[in-house]
Ligand binder design. Structure first.
Ligand SMILES: C[S@@+](CC[C@H](N)C(=O)[O-])C[C@H]1O[C@@H](n2cnc3c(N)ncnc32)[C@H](O)[C@@H]1O
Length: 283
């Protein structure tokens, strides 16, 4: 299982996950999947829902709320490799019926031999071998069960016209580092293994290979304000992908400063970003 560095404690995903657009885009996926699950199951039957990569619990909370709204009895389990993230999630959901287990996809089958639905939100792009991970997830999904996942790091995530923001954000971040931390370098080697972006149809093919047929495939636009770019720019896993090899505190300051510069120079108040939202069903 992947180790999380101690720096993860200070450079957490939580501030980003608290933005309204993030809540809305995830709610849309959760609602689609949970309503379908509820429709497919006999009234009153208890379901088991697993959220892989549950992080700081933002999506877990939406899953619990949706199940409660529909009056569906459920066992909900979050599986997450980072202790720091689990601690935030446990505090956030202290009074809710949910448990968290430390682990990643390799521990999934021990934690839950079978599930009616598995969620994997805003994380699939972080996994190097997506084919293997989807295969392992598919194995724990019961026949007729659902897999729901989303990502804003796929081929098609950049809304038309928004490319200039990314170019400027990167340029200004590198410029700031040259000026304030000339010793910090982006590693070409690490860049080569940075996250790989797939297209919607490549994801559909991978899912299909594991016996999961896509039943809904949406592209949803989120309007992201400056503070959200600064918050994602201060998240350690994002920094590792955007500025590989750069020490996290330096990368965080560079990306925070550069996002503000890019917004000012382009005279914009938000940047649209596209989320791929997929729900698939096991035969
Ligand atoms: C961007 S956060 C998303 C958290 C949450 N799912 C959400 O949508 O708000 C990505 C999460 O994926 C977890 N993660 C990274 N690599 C993973 C892996 N190989 N298996 C499971 N989780 C992983 C990280 O620890 C982190 O909590």
């Amino acid at each position: 299982m992947a180790e999380t560095p101690t720096i993860a404690d200070s450079y957490t995903f939580d501030p980003f996950a608290r933005h309204k657009f993030y809540h809305d885009v995830n709610l849309s996926l959760v609602r689609t999947a949970i309503e379908r699950l509820d429709r497919d199951k006999p009234t009153g039957e208890r379901v088991r829902v697993v959220e892989l990569a549950s992080g700081t619990g933002a999506v877990t909370e939406l899953i619990l709320d949706e199940l409660a709204r529909l009056g569906r009895p459920a066992e909900v389990i979050g599986v997450e490799p980072s202790f720091e993230a689990i601690a935030v999630a446990r505090e956030r959901l202290a009074n809710r019926e949910v448990r968290f287990e430390q682990g990643d996809v390799d521990q999934l089958v021990q934690v839950v031999p079978s599930a009616d639905a598995v969620f994997f939100c805003n994380a699939i792009h972080l996994v190097p071998d997506k084919h293997e991970v989807i295969g392992k997830i598919a194995r724990v999904i019961a026949p007729g069960g659902l897999f729901a996942c989303n990502s804003s790091f796929f081929e098609g995530a950049y809304a038309p016209g928004s490319e200039r923001f990314y170019h400027l954000w990167t340029r200004r971040a590198l410029g700031w580092m040259r000026q304030h931390h000339p010793e910090a370098r982006v590693s070409r080697e690490k860049k080569a293994t940075a996250m790989q972006w797939l297209s919607a149809s490549e994801y559909a093919d991978l899912l299909n290979d594991s016996g999961l047929r896509v039943v809904t495939d949406e592209h949803e636009v989120a309007l992201m304000p400056l503070r959200s770019w600064q918050d994602i720019g201060r998240y350690w896993l994002f920094i590792e992908g955007a500025l590989p090899g750069v020490p996290i505190p330096i990368g965080a300051d560079a990306l925070e400063y550069a996002a503000a510069e890019a917004f000012t120079e382009l005279n914009i108040s938000e940047v649209p970003r596209i989320w791929l939202q997929l729900v698939a069903q096991k035969a």
